[in-house]
Design a protein around this ligand. Structure first.
Ligand SMILES: [Zn+2]
Length: 170
């Protein structure tokens, strides 16, 4: 099902009754946050820290991760940013949106528990972390491409499909 804002409802993942239909800001963010919490639970053993999900229309990108992007004035609370492109939310299939979200969550995981290379670069460790959640990286966008480098996302739907299937019973 696709709603008025173009963001399909993840099956069993998000209770749309909680969201006022006239409030696209809450509707969109509630769905993204719920999906984030769902994947943090299912795929990352709840170990990802706070994050702030934003909507950014940066051209040529579906989403991005920026560590320590936001904080309170006294620096007692710091949050990473996971940005999603709202144009992309409207135009792509739910699986692709959730893969992008999961991809950015892996960047978050690597930042806090691994050794990231420079921004935007997918190193060997990143490729391995992606495989662990059922996704692969490829420089060419094809399965035959190099898994490391400045990469485009290639999906295997496995993790997302398994996670969504498991959620339908509650
Ligand atoms: Zn990436």
């Amino acid at each position: 099902m696709i709603d008025d804002f173009g963001f399909p409802h993840p099956v069993g993942c998000i209770d749309t009754k909680e969201v006022a239909p006239s409030d696209p800001i809450s509707a969109t963010y509630t769905r993204l946050i719920t999906a984030y919490e769902f994947f943090n639970h299912r795929l990352f053993a709840e170990r990802l820290p706070y994050r702030l999900i934003t909507l950014q229309r940066r051209s040529g990108t579906f989403g991005y991760f920026a560590g320590d992007r936001f904080g309170t004035r006294d620096r007692t609370a710091i949050a990473d940013e996971i940005a999603m492109n709202p144009v992309y939310l409207r135009e792509h299939r739910l699986e692709e949106v959730l893969q992008t979200l999961t991809h950015e969550m892996v960047h978050c995981e690597q930042r806090h528990f691994g050794k990231p290379s420079r921004a935007g670069y997918h190193n060997k460790e990143f490729a391995a972390m992606m495989r662990r959640v059922g996704l692969v990286t490829s420089t060419t966008g094809l399965p035959s491409g190099n898994p490391t480098g400045i990469a485009s996302l290639v999906s295997t739907l496995r993790a997302t499909a398994v996670a969504l299937e498991g959620s339908s019973g509650g």
